[in-house]
Design a protein around this ligand. Structure first.
Ligand code: NAD
Length: 268
């Protein structure tokens, strides 16, 4: 045990993020202070309330508020020994720098840009079903989303057409409408604006939006599931995390080419 550990979480899986932070901290014998994302504090508050019955007083605490000043105050507090963040790369850099002032340890889980490599012997229809889950689960607001599909040239056309028809068949609606809803909205208007901004800039740089690319409906912050082609490896839409329902599809010449493209981004 280190002492007091702060756990700062994002909004995309609020309850699970809280559990993933508190599990190891409490198991190691630390006191855990959780700071949920400002957009989604309620499930963490309820979880901590329920946990009070089973834990000694003060061992699991929660403090709500914005990243600055509340998260920032935890990061700078001399009585805290470690800060665990799941969040944006930019936030991770700020927290690492601020934590250094008191020589705190940090544990950072940041952004992602995961590739899905599809070689020539794959079955295109099966691949399309996998992309529906990998690329669009939680509306793509997932640091492990398979947002870059790299496909062997021999089956590229088949994979693209199967993917487009699978994606266009997805039911996009309020998840409360029923179990047959495949994809819900984004977290906020700001996030929708951010996602649509990526698509606008991609189109300007000669990418093709094969399906989707726009808002959906007139209520809630929906973006249609989107497939983008004609992208270059160095383009923003390939290099940077969109955190929305957007996948790019790129052809590759060989297995070696696929691996090179898969590794050819700044993310780990
Ligand atoms: P964010 O970085 O804006 O916020 C995450 C948390 O950090 C929030 O609780 C926020 O209040 C807090 N925060 C912000 N600025 C701070 C500061 N200066 N000091 C202390 N705390 C601060 O991220 P987000 O927009 O909520 O979440 C989306 C990001 O999280 C995406 O980039 C995504 O890749 C990443 N993410 C990563 C994983 C992973 O496991 N690697 C999982 C989910 C999300």
């Amino acid at each position: 045990p280190l002492g007091i550990v702060a756990g700062i979480t994002p909004w995309n899986y609020p309850l699970m993020m809280a559990v993933w932070k508190m599990g190891p901290a409490l198991a190691a014998g630390d006191v855990q202070i959780l700071k949920p994302a400002e957009q989604t504090p309620l499930s963490t508050l309820r979880l901590v309330e329920l946990a009070q019955e089973f834990l000694p007083p003060g061992v699991l605490q929660v403090v709500t508020g914005d990243g600055v000043p509340v998260g920032d105050a935890l990061v700078k507090h001399p009585g805290i020994q470690l800060v665990a963040l799941t969040g944006d790369v930019a936030t991770g850099k700020i927290i690492a720098a601020n934590a250094a002032q008191t020589l705190k340890r940090v544990h950072l889980e940041l952004g992602g840009k995961a590739p899905m490599v599809v070689l020539d012997d794959a079955d295109p229809a099966t691949v399309a079903e996998a992309i529906k889950i990998g690329g669009y689960w939680n509306s793509g607001q997932d640091c492990t989303a398979s947002s870059r599909i790299l496909v062997g040239k021999a089956i590229y056309d088949d994979v693209l057409s199967e993917t487009v028809s699978a994606v266009e068949g997805m039911k996009v609606a309020d998840p409360a409408e029923g179990d047959d809803v495949d994809m819900g909205p984004l977290i906020s208007e700001a996030q929708r604006t951010r996602v649509l901004g990526f698509l606008e800039r991609a189109t300007k740089s000669k990418a093709t939006i094969v399906t989707g690319g726009e808002s959906h409906g007139d209520r809630g912050f929906f973006v249609k599931p989107t497939v983008v082609t004609d992208v270059t490896q160095d383009s923003e839409i390939v290099q940077d995390e969109v955190f929305g329902p957007v996948v790019t599809v790129q052809p590759c010449d060989s297995d070696d080419d696929a691996i090179a493209l898969a590794n050819g981004v700044r993310y780990g």
